[in-house]
Design a protein around this ligand. Structure first.
Ligand SMILES: C[S@@+](CC[C@H](N)C(=O)[O-])C[C@H]1O[C@@H](n2cnc3c(N)ncnc32)[C@H](O)[C@@H]1O
Length: 203
């Protein structure tokens, strides 16, 4: 029987434990996620496309996982797609999809190997949450964009109950970045979970 991970992921803390969990999950992730319906990537990809003036400009899918969110971004029209993730197992699945120009393996103990302005748009889909990325990622990823760049991310119901994540959204608003999309909808309907998707345009 294949191990199940969705019930473990929201209780996992720490970068090493999270990376090990995703390495172990990488081969069965797409199937387990599909069993529960996974709506956030398609919702966010569509919202990004509605806000984008030029979907041929480079987009970084941060926390790209197996490439499932990359597939939705491609379907929405983004044609120059790079992915980054700390899990080697997830990246090896992403590689097989052929969606990405480049895949970057992240060492989370080091500064990100990305320069400001490398990407016109960044997404973090199902990444900024308990059991994955910290709220500070919102500031870090926004800092990498040029003025006018788009940052799209999701917060699931678990993250929406956590004051740290809501404070992160508040910091983006207080800094004067424009909230182009804020929409609550289905995340993993099989688990009764919803998510808020956001698209911010950098000031
Ligand atoms: C729930 S999966 C989402 C993957 C993909 N975006 C999708 O929608 O299917 C979360 C991904 O975030 C990655 N991740 C966890 N913590 C991270 C961090 N601090 N920075 C970047 N990626 C992280 C994990 O390795 C995993 O691939």
């Amino acid at each position: 029987m294949t191990d199940k991970f969705l019930d473990k992921v929201y209780e996992t803390t720490g970068a090493d434990a999270t990376r090990k969990l995703y390495d172990a999950w990488s081969k069965s992730y797409d199937a387990e996620i599909a069993e529960n319906g996974y709506r956030t990537p398609a919702r966010l990809a569509r919202a990004m496309a509605q806000c984008s003036r030029d979907p041929s400009l480079p987009l970084l899918d941060y926390g790209c996982g197996t490439g499932l969110s990359g597939g939705e971004l491609r379907a929405a029209g983004f044609s120059t797609l790079d992915g980054a993730d700390p899990s080697k197992g997830m990246l090896s699945q992403a590689h097989k999809t052929g969606h990405f120009r480049k895949l970057i393996q992240l060492d989370l103990s080091q500064p990100l190997p990305i320069q400001t302005g490398d990407y016109h748009a960044i997404t973090a889909i199902g990444v900024i949450s308990t059991g994955a990325g910290p709220a500070s990622l919102m500031d870090t990823l926004m800092d990498l964009l040029p003025s006018g760049g788009l940052f799209g991310f999701s917060l699931n119901d678990h993250a929406l109950e956590d004051a740290d994540y809501l404070a992160g959204v508040g910091r983006l608003q207080d800094a004067g970045h424009l909230a182009r999309v804020k929409e609550y909808g289905e995340h993993l309907p099989g688990m009764g979970l919803k998510s808020m998707i956001y698209v911010f345009e950098k000031k």
